[in-house]
Structure formats: C-alpha cells, structure tokens
Write a protein that binds this ligand. Structure first.
Ligand SMILES: C[S@@+](CC[C@H](N)C(=O)[O-])C[C@H]1O[C@@H](n2cnc3c(N)ncnc32)[C@H](O)[C@@H]1O
Length: 280
C-alpha cells in the first residue's frame, strides 16, 4: 500500500469508529429524528416511484432508514439491500427490521465509495443524508448510475446550504467557536451542488425540491445532549471537556435557542432538506 492509500484506509477506519461510537445515540434519539425525517423518507420513496416487487438499495442506511420504509413498500416480492460503514449502526437496523417483521431486507457492511453490485441491479437507489461528505462524490454517483436498471431512479437528500437549513447545528457550531479553539468553517457547497454533480455523472430528468422537517425536543438541555449523542463531531469535541465547560456550553446554546422555545418549555426547530432525484 502506498502512503496515499494508507491515509485513505486510516481515515475510513477512523470514520467507521466514530459512527460506531454514536450508534447507540441514534437508537436513543430515534423517535426525535424520525418524527421529523420520516417526511423526507416518504418523499424520497415517492420521487423514486418505489413499487411492490422492486429491488432497492439504501446507501449509508444508519439504523435502517429509508431502507425499512422501502421494504414495506416493495412487499414480499421485492428486496431491499441496505449498506453502511458502521457495523454497530447495522446491528441496530437489523434489530429494527426483526421487530417490524420485515424479512425482505438485508444489511451489508460496505463503504459507499466502493459499492460493486452488478450493472442494473436495482430499480431504485436511495441515500438519505448523502453523498456530499465523500472524498469523491462524482465517482460514487457514476457507480450508482451504473447499478440502476435502465429506467431506475436515484434519490438523495442533503441539507440545504446556509444557516436556516439546520439551525441547531449552526447555532451549536457558533457557540463551539466562541468557547473552544476550532478550525475555521469549511465553505458551504454551492446551492444545488448535488443536482449539478448528478447531471455531470450522466443522470437524466434531474430535479430538486425542498422538504421542511421539524425536530422537537423536551428542553434546550436535550438539544445539547442530542448533539453529543448523535454527532461524531460533537461527541469528540466534548470528550475532553470538563463538566463545568459542558455546563457553560449548555447555557450559551440555550440562550441562542430561545427563539425556538415553545410555551411548554419544549423546543421546535424547523430544518430544510433538499431531495434530489434523477433517472439513469
Ligand atoms: C447521518 S447518518 C444517516 C443514516 C441514515 N441514512 C438516516 O438517514 O437515518 C450517516 C450514516 O452514514 C454512514 N457512513 C458514513 N460514511 C460512510 C461511507 N463512506 N460508506 C457507508 N456509510 C457511511 C454512517 O455510518 C452513518 O450511519
């Protein structure tokens, strides 16, 4: 192995470990996540026109969405393959499939950048919250297109660009920068970057639409806890901070979240996702 491929393998292993470490947090907060994000999955499945009997691939499924919704749509004559880098995420996804009595979905540990299913294997490919974080999204998109049937569809969701897309993450980063020594923020990708990348990868009939999803928490403290539990970045940021610093962080973030606090002390935060769809 040369130095560059050594570095890549090392980064990938680090990512796997980071996602493994928050899998239990995803299980803990699943209702909160899914109460909002289920609308994104439903719209993705509509845009991909998933039907009974079809074969569907869900890339980076985490603890199993939108794979399990797709499995209920394709029914017993259909098949869903769900992949992820993290075996701990997949273990929870398998538990959820079993609890729901779904037997037409299989879970495979696989890097999204190295998927090698045969050409034309799937009628629909879904990817909720991807593929913008990859080192080379265009290669992944070319492979996705190849794995679709001739009239197959790919639908991915990403966050809209700008602070209104994910207010909690944006405010949380603002407070983190105020309090801790942080690297400067990466520039946001241009608006509709995914749509452009899909067109460049050869997809046709490419279109994007917004879906609003609301995350609801019992308190502002829950918002901080949620970030620490589900986000690999925040989990590692807080791993070496004293309880005093963590308390100070909670206090400052709570102040910034006041605009989202409801009469009963809960917190309701609207977010904006983009669903991009295209055909092979
Ligand atoms: C934000 S979570 C989204 C999970 C799921 N799609 C959902 O919407 O609930 C991101 C997931 O991507 C997985 N992941 C990150 N990089 C990956 C890669 N290169 N290949 C496969 N999965 C990856 C992580 O393990 C994690 O489960």
């Amino acid at each position: 192995m040369n130095t560059q491929s050594n570095d890549l393998a090392h980064n990938k292993e680090e990512q796997r470990q980071q996602w493994d470490s928050v899998a239990i947090g995803w299980k803990k907060w699943w209702l909160t996540i899914e109460n909002g994000a289920q609308d994104v999955s439903k719209r993705m499945i509509e845009l991909a026109e998933v039907k009974p009997g079809q074969r569907v691939l869900d890339i980076a499924t985490g603890i199993g969405e939108p794979a399990l919704l797709a499995a209920s749509r394709v029914g017993p004559a259909g098949r869903v393959v769900a992949t992820d880098l993290s075996s701990q995420m997949l273990d929870i996804a398998r538990e959820r499939a079993t609890a729901l009595g779904l037997t037409n979905v299989e879970f495979l540990e696989a890097d999204a950048e190295r998927l090698d299913f045969r050409d034309g294997s799937f009628d629909a490919i879904l990817w909720r919250w991807g593929p913008t974080d990859l080192s080379n999204p265009s290669n992944a998109l070319i492979a996705i297109r190849r794995m679709l049937t001739l009239d197959g569809s790919f639908v991915a969701s990403v966050w809209e660009a700008g602070p209104k897309a994910r207010p909690l993450a944006s405010l949380a980063m603002t407070v983190a920068r105020e309090m801790f020594d942080m690297p400067s923020p990466e520039p946001s990708p241009p608006e509709n970057a995914l749509e452009t990348e899909m067109i460049d990868a050869g997809f046709s009939d490419v279109r994007t639409e917004e879906v609003t999803l609301t995350l609801a928490f019992a308190s502002t403290d829950d918002c901080t806890q949620y970030l620490m539990d589900v986000s690999p970045g925040f989990a590692s940021l807080f791993s070496d901070k004293s309880s005093g610093r963590q308390a100070e962080y909670r206090r400052r973030l709570a102040e910034k979240l006041q605009q989202y606090v409801t009469a009963d002390g809960g917190v309701r935060i609207p977010n904006i996702a983009l669903c991009a769809a295209g055909r092979r």
